[in-house]
Design a protein around this ligand. Structure first.
Ligand code: 3HC
Ligand code: NAI
Length: 708
């Protein structure tokens, strides 16, 4: 993705304070190591070496962070010297002790700068880590070699393969830093540390010479274990195994050879499509949080939230809100359904307790903020109400009429509807400006995606409140316009139809699932149906039957299964069999017979598809509908579509979402596929006008990724 932010200014200032040269990196917002910062760091160290008055160097970051890492916006562009490895080597070679004083983020290249420094102090709130793996990379400025030498293979592997951040205390325990600051005065304590080192005539202490844990066998075992684990877990990913290789090199090679090995692996990762996909994902999910409505509007304050409906979604939403520290009042129809709603919420917490992920006291604390009621009057003080009752327009309107009656002026009234027309709901009450769509995904306390659906008459501060709430809930919010299914479910309907066509034409559901998994989705479409319950889609299909285009192809196989009561896992049968409560299904010959019968009924003689052909059709359908959604303004930009598919529908992050993937394949190739498929079914395979236009102009989807 092209960087969307304005060009920035970066400086590295160095100033002599007594005998300590204080080097301050100032590159808002996160002190990323762009070319100017890298140059500045080399200049500062050179100045320190050249100046006899300098007896120690203190590196600090301006603003809220030490250094967040390499400047991700530079990837994919021609490299500008000096490289980060050169910078780190130069710092390490400095003839005077170099101290890194770390507050906020010291991530990736930022931690590598600290590791190349000779002494390290971290402050409360610091976040240290080597998260490169999340961007399809590995630490490429000596991080794999220095971290392994400093804290040992096992700890280094754990940091680099997970990408997790550690705080100051844990960093101290691991040996990543030498001490933890006692105050939040980074400069004063950093200077005091420098003076202490000067007073004790401490020499530069170079991590390249660190010995690490002495037990070579334990390190070799940790590497073997990480290799086996990575093989199992990081299917399809390039960088994790290379990280393991680099740690092995740290164990077996002299430092400089290890560095060379690391660099080669890093460059291979940097040039890979996976890196491009993951960096696109990084920027897309941040950019998606911005919408034109929120530019000048301030969110309304939110503390107390009402949730109407305590079913699957209402309970999950309640847990998400409680986990964010908010107070929740749940409204249900009667005492019995309310009790069931409360039990749903409890079940989520009990599940976490059973897995050892939550303490009983934490559950008790959450429940102190949970109330249930059967009267809407309990919502009189709510700042925002989220409705999650049955998917039925009349029921929703009745609920909103009640909300209109009881809620205080200024309360935000949100619906979690999956498909219904929110403009119609808004128009049915006296305050349409307060009505918003907040479309959560199941399970709502786990799934990252939140579509913020913006009806025509909503006021900007209500939209801003939706985005702010998403932030509190740690969700990836994406703005969507009103239409049947918004962004995600509308696309799902189309690519599932493409899968159904493939199934009726000759591919088995099991082959389709496998091909889609091989592409990188965690599950195939028929596994997902079995997990969510086939009855949900069945109900929607029945609802739409009257308005369906009679000329459109309609595959009845799913309906046939539902008519037998085979709704998936919960009934023990769906597209797969789940004998004895198994969670992983087995192919079912009876399902295959039903499919055969349906093919015969439709007069189709089955043909073979290879996995590649399956994926091409599945993706082409997804991309084409994504293009329609952007074309109609339902999604602001292609990147919003990507964020939805990655965070709500399992699209592999390393492929960057369907629109980024389409760019990487070439839009002309995608269009040619669609035109080819259209020869069989011109009604289904109508090329999106946006796709046609972009191909004619030789532009990618990325050209439309402008700031909101
Ligand atoms: N390069 C360029 N821009 C970056 C950046 C980076 N490394 N890290 C963050 N930014 C930008 C974001 O895009 C965002 O820009 P915007 O305001 O225009 O949208 C802005 O900085 C603020 O970022 P966040 O919204 O994420 O701010 P938070 O305060 O929530 O989080 C953070 C701060 C924890 C530092 C988080 O931004 C982060 O995790 N950044 C990435 C860190 C990382 O992955 N570093 C490794 C880079 S790869 C590397 O170093 C290779 C080396 O080994 C050679
Ligand atoms: P559900 O059937 O599990 O729960 C609905 C709940 O609403 C029931 O507990 C019912 O007692 C209650 N209810 C019905 N009328 C009510 C009223 N007038 N006042 C108070 N409570 C009332 O349904 P589910 O799956 O939780 O769906 C709820 C909404 O969320 C629907 O609009 C659905 O389209 C949407 N949704 C569902 C998703 C899913 O995966 N299940 C995903 C995203 C959205």
């Amino acid at each position: 993705m092209t960087p969307l932010s304005a060009p920035d200014s970066a400086t590295v200032e160095h100033q002599l304070r007594g005998s300590v040269l204080v080097v301050t990196i100032d590159h808002a917002p996160v002190n990323a190591l762009n070319a100017a910062v890298r140059r500045g760091l080399i200049d500062a160290v050179t100045a320190a070496d050249a100046n006899a008055s300098v007896r120690a160097v203190l590196i600090v970051g301006a603003g809220r962070n030490f250094i967040a890492g390499a400047d991700i916006r530079e990837f994919g562009k021609p490299a500008v010297p000096p490289s980060l490895p050169e910078v780190c080597n130069r710092i390490e070679a400095c003839s005077k002790p170099v101290i890194a004083a770390i507050h906020g983020a010291a991530l990736g290249g930022g931690l590598e700068v600290a590791l190349a420094s000779h002494y390290r102090i971290a402050f409360e709130g610091a976040k240290l880590g080597l998260p490169e793996v999340q961007l399809g990379l590995l630490p490429g400025a000596g991080g794999t070699q220095r971290a392994s030498r400093l804290i040992g293979a096992e700890a280094a592997l754990s940091l680099m393969l997970s990408g997790r951040h550690v705080g100051a205390q844990e960093a101290l325990r691991l040996g990543l830093v030498d001490r933890v600051g006692q105050s939040d005065d980074v400069l004063t304590e950093g200077l005091a540390y420098a003076h202490e080192l000067i007073a004790t005539q401490a020499a530069p202490r170079r991590t390249r010479n660190a010995r690490g844990p002495a037990d070579r066998q334990a390190s070799a075992d940790a590497i073997a274990a990480a290799r086996a684990e990575t093989q199992k877990k990081s299917r399809g990913l390039l960088s994790p195994m290379k990280i393991v290789d680099c740690v092995e090199a740290a164990l077996n090679l002299p430092f400089d050879e290890g560095l060379q090995f690391e660099r080669k692996q890093f460059l291979e990762c940097r040039e890979s499509p996976q890196r491009a996909g993951l960096v696109h994902a990084f920027f897309a999910e941040r950019e998606a949080q911005k919408s034109p409505e929120t530019r000048d509007a301030r969110a309304r304050p939110v503390r107390c939230v009402g949730v109407v409906g305590g079913g699957t979604m209402g309970a999950g939403i309640a847990v998400a809100l409680l986990d964010a520290g908010l107070s929740v009042t749940m409204i249900e129809r009667d005492d019995e359904t309310l009790e069931r709603g409360r039990a749903h919420v409890e079940k989520v917490y009990d599940g976490l307790i059973a897995k050892g992920r939550l303490q009983q006291e934490a559950k008790a604390r959450a429940f102190e903020r949970f109330n249930g009621a059967t009267s809407y009057d309990a919502l009189a003080d709510a700042d925002i109400v989220i409705e999650a009752v049955f998917e039925d327009m009349a029921v929703k309107k009745a609920v909103f009429a009640e909300l209109d009656r009881v809620c205080r002026q200024g309360a935000v009234l949100a619906t979690n509807t999956s498909y219904l027309d929110i403009d119609e709901i808004a128009a049915s009450i006296s305050r349409p400006q307060d009505v918003l769509g907040l479309h959560f995904f199941s399970p709502a306390n786990i799934m990252k995606l939140l579509e913020i659906v913006v009806p025509a008459r909503v006021s900007d501060d209500v939209v801003a409140t939706g985005f702010e709430l998403a932030k509190k809930l740690r969700k990836v919010a994406v703005r969507a316009g009103v239409c049947d299914g918004f962004i995600g479910n509308r696309m799902l309907a189309v690519y599932r139809a493409a899968a159904d066509h493939l199934m009726e034409d000759g591919a088995s559901p099991y082959q389709i699932d496998r091909a889609v998994r091989e592409f990188g989705f965690p599950m195939g479409p028929y596994q997902v149906i079995d997990l969510a319950g086939g009855d949900i889609g069945w109900a929607a299909r029945k609802r739409r039957a009257a308005t369906r285009d009679p000329n459109a192809r309609y595959v009845r196989i799913g309906d046939q299964l539902c008519e037998r009561g085979w709704f998936g896992q919960k009934t023990g049968r769906g597209f797969y069999r789940y004998d004895d409560g198994a969670r992983i299904g087995k192919p079912d010959p009876e399902v295959e017979s039903i499919i055969d019968a349906e093919r015969e009924r439709a007069g189709i003689s089955p043909r073979a598809f290879d996995d590649g052909q399956i994926v091409r059709r599945y993706l082409a359908a997804m991309i084409n509908e994504g293009a329609n959604i952007v074309h109609e303004g339902i999604a602001l930009r292609p990147l919003d579509v990507d964020a939805v598919l990655m965070h709500g529908f399992g699209f592999p992050r390393y492929r960057g979402g369907p629109m980024h993937y389409a760019d990487s394949v070439g839009l002309d190739t995608v269009l040619a596929d669609i035109r080819e498929f259209a020869k069989e079914d011109p009604l289904f395979w109508r090329a999106s006008p946006l796709l046609v236009d972009l191909v004619a102009r030789g532009k990618p989807f990325a050209s439309l990724n402008q700031p909101a």
